[in-house]
Design a protein around this ligand. Structure first.
Ligand code: GFB
Length: 338
């Protein structure tokens, strides 16, 4: 999809590192989620064997289970797309689960990958690892330079630990473990739980239900003033494969579009895509979270990769997927209620 040699403006000097994916046994941890399903779709274009394991067989928070599975199945590449994830409400409501599960998943997979000689590992984090007051656009070197956004600090700390695990295993053991920080994602297989979802899924669902019920208005959480950057999940999957092939350094790499939109404008766009004609109101009793988090994507651009899906196109695809899943009665709705 994207050329292997950096062609973009600001491209790095010299050839890109090359890791040959052909013939590799690629374990996608978290293959049922939005990111994992996109990775499995993307990896089908490469000559690799994709390995997955259902949660009922291996609980990734259990070290012994992960250890046994990796020893038995011998992946040569690991992508850590498994995580306990959720929107602003879920993060603030289930701090222990977001911290514990994500720490354990990262530690168990990184350690097992090292013990069993995995040749390449990609850890996927999140743009919420950066300080709340980070200078915009956010460069990777701002990690750990200031306090975190309180609504998602638990998740952020676990994801920062994942980045540090990759760096530590690189330094101590020479492991080729890398990490990437995606911006806010949306797309097929997102979680459409009314409270625990992220904003794209929440607004798609709310506008859709309001359209059907001919409701006069839809509530948007917060003031509508924060800005976010949204990336279609298939673009993330493509960028992840690009990094596996062409990146091998300790520093994380931001993955995004570099473009931001206010939540109010985003809500209006979703309303348009869904075809809902009612009013949008703002529920200021709900938190705004980070005021801004636009990623600086120049490191990724210099590696020769750019996002391909315009926001409107991605939202149209996500909405079409939502309608199909709703009709089929298979809409994912994962609440975090223990
Ligand atoms: O998507 P969201 O929950 O993630 O919220 P964060 C983004 C913005 O949309 C916030 C507003 O300003 C919300 O107040 N918003 C408006 C809504 N309406 C809604 C709604 O109905 N539901 C939701 N959820 N938000 C997450 C982190 O933060 O970002 C995670 O909590 C993760 O840890 C993810 O890292 C990328 O961008 O605020």
């Amino acid at each position: 999809m994207t050329p292997p040699v950096a062609a973009a403006a600001g491209a790095r000097k010299g050839p890109l590192p090359m890791f040959d994916l052909a013939g590799q046994r690629v374990f996608v941890a978290g293959h049922r989620g939005m990111v994992g399903t996109a990775l499995v779709r993307r990896l089908a274009q490469d000559p690799v064997t994709v390995l997955t394991v259902p949660r009922r067989e291996v609980d990734l928070t259990c070290q012994a289970a992960v250890e046994r599975w990796v020893a038995d199945h011998r992946p040569t590449v690991v992508i850590i797309a498994a995580a306990k994830v959720g929107g602003i409400h879920a993060n603030a409501t289930w701090p222990a689960a977001f911290l514990y599960d994500n720490l354990m998943i990262a530690a168990n997979l990184v350690h097992a990958a090292h013990r069993h000689g995995v040749a390449k590992l990609l850890f996927l984090g999140s743009s919420c690892i950066y300080p709340r007051a980070a200078a915009q656009p956010i460069t990777e070197d701002q990690l750990l330079t200031g306090p975190l956004e309180p609504t998602n600090q638990w998740y952020a700390v676990a994801k920062i630990a994942g980045v540090k695990l990759c760096q530590a295993y690189r330094r101590q053991h020479g492991a080729d473990f890398i990490s990437a920080m995606p911006t806010n994602l949306y797309g097929p297989h997102d979680n459409y739980h009314p409270l625990d979802s992220h904003v794209p899924a929440a607004l798609i669902r709310r506008c859709h239900e309001a359209k059907r019920a001919r409701a006069p208005e839809v509530a948007v959480w917060g003031t509508g003033r924060p800005t976010r950057e949204f990336l279609y999940v298939d673009d993330l999957a493509d960028a992840s494969v690009h990094l596996l092939k062409h990146y091998s350094d300790p520093e994380p790499v931001n993955i995004g579009t570099g473009e931001e939109i206010s939540i109010a404008d985003f809500a209006a766009l979703v309303r348009d895509v869904v075809g809902y004609s009612g009013r949008l109101t703002f529920d200021t009793g709900r938190p705004d979270g980070m005021p801004r988090k636009r990623l600086d994507v120049s490191r990724l651009t210099a590696l020769g990769w750019r996002a391909a899906t315009p926001l409107r196109t991605g939202l149209e695809r996500a909405y079409a997927w939502f309608c199909d899943a709703e009709r089929a009665g298979t809409l994912p709705e994962r609440g975090h209620d223990p």
